[in-house]
Design a protein around this ligand. Structure first.
Ligand SMILES: C=C(O[C@@H]1C=C(C(=O)O)C=C[C@H]1O)C(=O)O
Length: 403
């Protein structure tokens, strides 16, 4: 990993624009993100440009950004941090533009928003992926009914059914402003953009941590149950139904069953508590492990393998739920409900479930959202829930100034 010498002084926004310009122009693989609860934007860029697949053995990987599809392929894409940048959105600092970004930026500095839009359009016009129609409401409702039947006859406890929604890429779409608006609106989410040429270009703001390791600390969470945040203090005043409580408890039990599999008995469980993700509320339990005291130095890798896909995005039992999804959803999830995040950067690995996201492809954004189905689910309500989840990103595609 190299940090390149600096030359020209610019603002944070200009710095970000210069990165997008240079990465899109060079057609290289790169990822840009902002971790929950921070104001630091981080970037990895790999000018080699070739998609690389790795076994997700976290402790052995160099610094970079990992991306795994929903399908349990056991191999992940990896963007090595050939170059790494970080800058603070809140610090009123002027940044020195690294030499390798200066030329492209100078050429376009007065029109960078428009130039990024043109470049992005050019790049995503040839992107591959699922070309199916968006999920029709009737088809989704029928799928939920079918899932409930399978739950009633005891084949499944829970399954997370998902749908797609297409949103035309607005003519005045501004990638940098949209990214910044997502950062401002969702301080507790992992806001991310990544592009691997030929593989995909995605944008998202996910509230769900899959695994985090820093020093001797391991952290994962069980997140499920969804309702719209209303009123003055929704985190304090929201009540949850038995259905939602059970749905989230299933995810917690799944995490504990993974700990049991590896005979790990010492962990702290905090929650369930109400947690806010934009204008949505979820039930969340956090699990912490001292990897040193328990003698599990590679817990990150072990749990990543055991957890993915969790019952928060797939279901229980896992294999039957996976099969139900494959048979009924009618589209490829791709990176949706997979995982993504920085690996071994600043002594930390933070991997998130890829939710509240969309793939930029052709002239549109394909949004993805799912909802956990249990025997008490009402199909119409589940559809509404997916609409709210699609809106997390969609409202900013349409109007970045919403923030
Ligand atoms: C599947 C999604 O979200 C997951 C499902 C939830 C639910 O069923 O209530 C809540 C949070 C996430 O674990 C999604 O956002 O698409």
């Amino acid at each position: 990993m190299s940090t390149v010498a600096a030359k020209k002084t610019v603002s944070v926004v200009e710095f970000l624009e210069a990165i997008f310009l240079s990465a899109l122009e060079g057609d290289v693989q790169f990822a840009v993100w902002r971790k929950p609860g921070t104001s630091k934007i981080e970037v990895v860029l790999d000018s080699n440009g070739n998609a690389t697949q790795v076994i997700p053995h976290l402790e052995q990987l160099p610094s970079g950004f990992i991306l795994h599809p929903f399908a349990d392929t056991k191999s992940a894409y990896f963007i090595p941090a050939e170059t790494y940048f970080s800058f603070d959105l809140e610090a009123d600092t002027a940044y020195e533009l690294p030499e390798n970004l200066v030329s492209g930026f100078d050429e376009h500095s007065f029109t960078s928003g428009e130039t990024i839009r043109q470049l992005l359009k050019k790049r995503i016009s040839s992107e591959t992926g699922d070309t199916k129609e968006p999920t029709a409401k009737e088809a989704f409702l029928a799928m939920v009914e079918e899932a409930k039947q399978e739950i009633l006859v005891g084949k499944l406890f829970k399954v997370v059914t998902a749908r797609t929604k297409h949103c035309p890429l607005p003519t005045r779409f501004d990638l940098v402003q949209t990214f910044l608006a997502l950062c401002a609106a969702y301080p507790n989410s992992f806001v991310n953009f990544f592009r691997i040429p030929g593989i995909g270009t995605w944008l998202g703001a996910t509230p769900e941590l899959l695994i985090r390791t820093k020093g001797k600390l391991f952290h994962t969470m069980a997140l499920a149950g969804t309702q719209r945040a209303v009123g003055d203090n929704p985190v304090k005043n929201t009540a949850w139904t038995q259905k939602e409580i059970e749905e989230q408890a299933l995810v917690s039990r799944y995490i504990v069953s993974c700990f049991k599999k590896i005979r790990l008995r010492e962990y702290d469980e905090i929650g369930p508590k109400t947690s806010m993700a934009g204008n949505l509320l979820h039930l969340k339990s956090d699990f912490f492990v001292d990897m040193k005291a328990t003698g599990f130095p590679e817990l990150g890798t072990v749990m990543l393998d055991l957890l993915h896909p969790t019952s928060a995005v797939c279901g229980m039992p896992k294999e039957t739920a996976h099969q139900f999804i494959e048979t009924h959803e009618g589209f490829e999830r791709g990176f949706f409900a997979g995982y993504l995040g920085p690996v071994n950067i600043g002594g930390e690995t933070s991997i998130f479930v890829n939710l509240r996201c969309g793939q930029l492809r052709g002239d549109q954004v394909i949004l993805y959202a799912g909802a956990g189905i249990t025997e008490d689910s009402e199909p119409e309500k589940e559809w509404e829930e997916t609409e709210m989840k699609c809106d997390i990103i969609r409202r900013f595609l349409l109007k970045p100034e919403l923030s």
